[in-house]
Write a protein that binds this ligand. Structure first.
Ligand SMILES: C[S@@+](CC[C@H](N)C(=O)[O-])C[C@H]1O[C@@H](n2cnc3c(N)ncnc32)[C@H](O)[C@@H]1O
Length: 254
């Protein structure tokens, strides 16, 4: 289950990579633009402003997210990206902060760019922070004697979840595309107490939330919050710096 409201906390900071990704897609009049994993649709809606003449296709595997996207005025559909096939007039495929949830996404990327028409664009962004203290501390707590039996193995993924920019560049170039890949580490200035805990609650902690009852969830969050506060100290002015690495790859089909 996704909670569109929790996810959209820090919407401004989460939106920036989407705009920086799109800035590297210099197509003027695409026929069809697809947002894979559109989430609550807030960012998808900006695609309409960028390409008003394009057919906008948006989908997500979460019915809660699709409901929120529809409430925002988009004709979004519940579709699993693993089942999706680009239509012949698809000139742009975007997936922002989505493919990290799909272990086989490297195969999907290869399949999509092979199926797209000539001169089409594929643009993706994934978080590259699975080895950051926020995620390492969460995995360590989940694997501790106290929590292992309640959470089970394999709930949280490690650095293998996503690739480095060069690996995506290789994969897409091998499929015949011209590639523009890069990474950026944003230093987010988060305000208020337990800022990093709140940041990861709507995303990385979702599998933990889904596995625990309410009391256990509160206990897990409490313990994790203490560890995160040590790893990400809060400044005297109330700000907590959260370095957040993201990986981008834009490809153009031959
Ligand atoms: C972090 S949100 C990003 C949403 C949106 N792209 C944005 O940037 O705001 C990740 C989204 O990926 C969706 N997702 C995860 N696995 C998916 C799959 N197999 N097919 C389609 N969407 C998926 C989730 O439901 C969620 O809405």
């Amino acid at each position: 289950m996704w909670d569109p409201v929790a996810y959209q906390t820090y919407g401004d900071l989460r939106g920036r990579p989407f705009h920086e990704l799109l800035a590297r897609v210099p197509v003027e009049a695409p026929r069809r633009v697809v947002d894979v994993g559109c989430g609550p649709g807030t960012l998808t809606a900006t695609l309409r402003e960028r390409w008003p003449g394009a057919e906008l296709e948006a989908f997500d595997s979460s019915s809660e997210m699709v409901e929120a996207a529809r409430a925002a005025g988009l004709a979004a559909e519940v579709v699993d990206a693993r089942e999706w096939v680009p239509r012949p007039d698809t000139d742009v495929v975007i997936s922002n902060a989505t493919l990290q949830w799909i272990p086989e996404h490297r195969d999907l990327l290869r399949r999509w760019v092979t199926a797209l028409p000539a001169g089409a664009w594929s643009a993706m962004q994934v978080p590259g922070n699975f080895d950051a203290p926020s995620h390492v501390l969460t995995r360590q707590l989940a694997a501790s004697d106290e929590w292992r039996s309640r959470l089970g193995p394999g709930l949280l993924r490690g650095a293998e979840t996503v690739s480095d920019p060069v690996e995506y560049a290789e994969l897409l170039a091998d499929a015949g595309c011209a590639v523009d890949a890069w990474e950026t580490t944003y230093v987010h200035a988060l305000e208020g107490p337990d800022a990093v805990l709140r940041w990861i609650t709507g995303t990385a902690l979702r599998p933990i939330r889904a596995a625990l009852g309410d009391d256990d969830w509160e206990a897990f969050r409490g313990e994790l919050g203490e560890r995160l506060a040590e790893a990400y100290p809060r400044r005297s002015d109330g700000t907590t710096w959260l370095p957040f690495r993201r990986v981008f790859a834009v490809a153009r089909t031959p």
